[in-house]
Unconditional design. Structure first.
Length: 72
């Protein structure tokens, strides 16, 4: 009875992880394109792009460790 909830919670958090991963990927791509297109990008925009990249790859590694797949 108590152990049935574990699979449900894992599935719910896996979905949240995938949603966050997707949103961070778009944020990272946007920041990266701003830095690449900028004539003289500021240090703040470069650091924001690096931070977005670090967040994305952290969640990517977490998804890989949890064996989460995008397929439905």
């Amino acid at each position: 009875m108590f152990f049935r909830r574990k699979g449900w919670l894992r599935k719910e958090f896996d979905e949240k992880l995938l949603n966050q991963l997707d949103s961070l990927k778009t944020e990272w791509k946007n920041q990266k394109s701003l830095v690449e297109r900028g004539f003289d990008p500021s240090a703040e925009s470069i650091s924001e792009a690096k931070l977005a990249e670090a967040k994305y790859f952290y969640l990517f590694k977490e998804a890989k460790n949890r064996n989460v797949s995008v397929r439905s």
